[in-house]
Design a binder for this molecule. Structure first.
Ligand SMILES: Cc1cc2nc3c(=O)[nH]c(=O)nc-3n(C[C@H](O)[C@H](O)[C@H](O)COP(=O)(O)OP(=O)(O)OC[C@H]3O[C@@H](n4cnc5c(N)ncnc54)[C@H](O)[C@@H]3O)c2cc1C
Length: 576
């Protein structure tokens, strides 16, 4: 088996040994306030951990599960816990509201770029989507509705950023540092999303600009760009949505492009009221539509990439068709069209859809600028050729730091067992995981979106699959009376190697992606973004993976409270 770095040498950093915690549970006196204790009617008694506490050697953490992040993943995970009868959990959210992506991205034109029928949970269909591609505000409304309907809000602690996660081997729980104080949790689920932080704008002079600077992910809805001269920097998926909207109202628009994006037609339309009524009355019909839409998205975003070797003509033919028909009908000026057309293969970078983006470049007053930016001046943007264009506002649509970026975990460190440090691991080793969820060295810790973790066509499939896996492990830990659960290195290496092998013949490896500048590629040159299996296989794996792929540490007091005779504080369970 090819080793991928989970030897003890990979965990050499110093492990902060912290004082043993007190047994206090979060309540009104806790710095994080009165988090409800068990709120689920179906929740079993907390006998296991209480007995552990009675042993006197292991303190009870503040909460059984802490979910970090209250976006789509955090809310979905919270619902899964509730449905499994695990009611003792908190959701820690750094912002002042829930909703993640759909709370932050409120720029003009924001919306899903997959059909909304696919962008919803299978257990919570929304018959009210107004369009095939729903606007962002409707997604936020959907998430708010879910949080209300499933009683998630009372578990959420807003304005609570987790700045550090530290595994406490003595107590067998996680210490989560937040500006409001420390919280201890037996299990941690990281639901911080794929696009964790906006990339810092490393454009010289940006701080000296005297006009308005807007970010796609932190839009100021009060800022009116009507009649203004505007520069948009970046041409990714957000820019594809923003640019046509700004062009409509700005006096002049300059779009600065480093890498062009493949943009296909958007088969969008309002969903007629009678159809919405039908969805409300016959959810089975809507469920059938959801399945078809989800499978369709999966075919485009996954099958095409993973199966490229078997049918390269699809991506090549698609690119040829786009170039010779679609781009021709959209962009009048041949030179502008040439510059808007990617030279890398279709699929190397996440493609987008729009019926207005490419056409925007036909408008008078809209310029596509492909010269490299030299710097921002107090009055505008200067390119490497020395040409300066004055503007009143600059819109930064320059992308995000992904969850695979070590920098994210340098800012908010994750320190596991025996000195394992996630940022160091991601820097020094190729990314790896078990089922896209767990990593050796991080006991009792799960990632909603880990390496090779993007399941299926839309995020909801990922959340439903991952949460099923996490719930299974927590339930098994409860059953065995284990206080620590850590995925074993061998199944992790086996699984990761399988994923890498499957990607070796993928479109990303073979379709001329070198110039794509795509977030699918990480800092090692790997493509650990998606899970190269079908969503159905991933869902099956979540239900059936061998539970002994995890090692369980059971305190020497059994769940029934019998003190064990051994002097050692804990033992690893043998396979059940
Ligand atoms: C503009 C845009 C459009 C998109 N469109 C689509 C689409 O059409 N289809 C699709 O499948 N995907 C799309 N995506 C991807 C989208 O991010 C996912 O679909 C999904 O919303 C991710 O949900 P999440 O909860 O995992 O992450 P997020 O929505 O990013 O939520 C993560 C949450 O964690 C919080 N958080 C992060 N770090 C901490 C911390 N240290 N402490 C406490 N809280 C923290 C954040 O504040 C945030 O609320 C889009 C993304 C963007 C940016």
């Amino acid at each position: 088996m090819r080793a991928i770095g989970f030897s003890s040498a990979a965990r050499k950093l110093t492990s902060p040994r912290l004082p043993a915690p007190g047994p206090a549970r979060i309540g009104p006196g806790h710095p994080l306030g009165g988090v409800p204790t068990d709120t689920s009617r179906r929740a079993p008694p907390r006998a296991i951990f209480d007995n552990v506490s009675n042993n006197g050697r292991f303190a009870v953490p503040d909460t059984e599960v802490a979910i970090i992040g209250a976006g789509l993943s955090g809310i979905g995970m919270a619902i899964a816990l509730q449905r499994a009868g695990i009611g003792d959990f908190v959701v820690l959210e750094r912002a002042g509201d829930i909703g993640g992506t759909w709370r932050d991205n409120v720029y003009p034109g924001v919306g899903v770029d997959v059909p909304a029928q696919a962008y919803q949970f299978s257990f919570a269909l929304n018959p009210r989507w107004s369009r095939v591609f729903a606007p962002g505000a409707e997604v936020k409304e959907y998430l708010d509705g879910l949080a209300d309907r499933y009683g998630v809000r009372r578990h959420v602690r807003l304005d609570t950023e987790v700045t550090e996660r530290i595994w406490d081997e003595g107590g067998r729980f996680w210490r989560l540092r937040t500006p409001a104080g420390e919280l201890t949790a037996r299990f941690v689920v990281s639901a911080i999303g794929a696009f964790v932080d906006p990339k810092p704008a490393d454009i010289p002079g940006i701080d000296d600009f005297t006009g308005t600077v807007l970010r796609s992910s932190a839009w100021d809805p009060g800022c009116d760009l009507t009649g203004k001269r505007v520069a948009v920097i970046g041409t990714g998926a957000s820019a594809v949505q923003i640019v046509p909207e700004i062009a409509r109202r700005a006096a002049r628009l300059d779009v600065y492009q480093r890498t062009p994006i493949w943009v296909g037609p958007k088969l969008d339309a309002p969903i007629p009221r009678p159809l919405r009524r039908l969805f409300r009355r016959a959810p089975r019909v809507q469920e059938a539509v959801r399945r078809i839409a989800t499978r369709g998205v999966e075919m485009v975003l996954i099958d095409l990439v993973v199966g490229h070797g078997r049918a390269p003509w699809i991506a090549h033919g698609g690119a040829r068709l786009a170039r010779s028909v679609w781009y021709r009908t959209q962009v009048r000026d041949p030179e502008t069209r040439r510059r808007l057309t990617p030279r890398y293969g279709l699929g190397c970078k996440r493609p987008s859809v729009s019926n207005t983006y490419l056409r925007t470049f036909n408008r008078p007053g809209v310029s596509l600028i492909t010269d490299a930016i030299d710097r921002v001046t107090p009055a505008g943007v200067r390119t490497a050729g020395g040409h300066e264009r004055e503007v009143d506002a600059i819109v930064l649509a320059t992308g995000f730091r992904l969850a695979s970026d070590p920098e994210v975990f340098r800012r908010t460190p994750v320190r596991g067992r025996d000195g394992f440090d996630l940022a160091t691991f991601y820097t020094e080793h190729r990314l790896a995981s078990y089922e896209g969820i767990s990593i050796p060295g991080l006991p009792n810790h799960f990632m909603m979106f880990g390496p090779y973790g993007w399941v299926g066509g839309t995020w909801h499939q990922l959340v439903e699959t991952t949460s099923a896996h996490v719930v299974r492990v927590i339930q098994e830990a409860r059953r065995r009376g284990a206080t620590a659960v850590e995925v074993r290195p061998e199944p992790t290496e086996r699984w990761t190697n399988r994923m890498r092998d499957r990607l070796a013949g993928s479109l990303w490896a073979t379709n001329g992606c070198a110039t794509a500048n795509s977030y699918y590629f990480d800092h090692h040159g790997d493509t650990p973004y998606l899970r190269p299996t079908s969503a159905a296989q991933a869902a099956r794996a979540a239900r059936t993976f061998p539970l002994d792929d995890y090692a369980y540490t059971v305190p020497e007091t059994t769940a029934l409270g019998d003190p064990a005779s051994s002097a050692s504080p804990a033992s690893e369970t043998r396979p059940a």
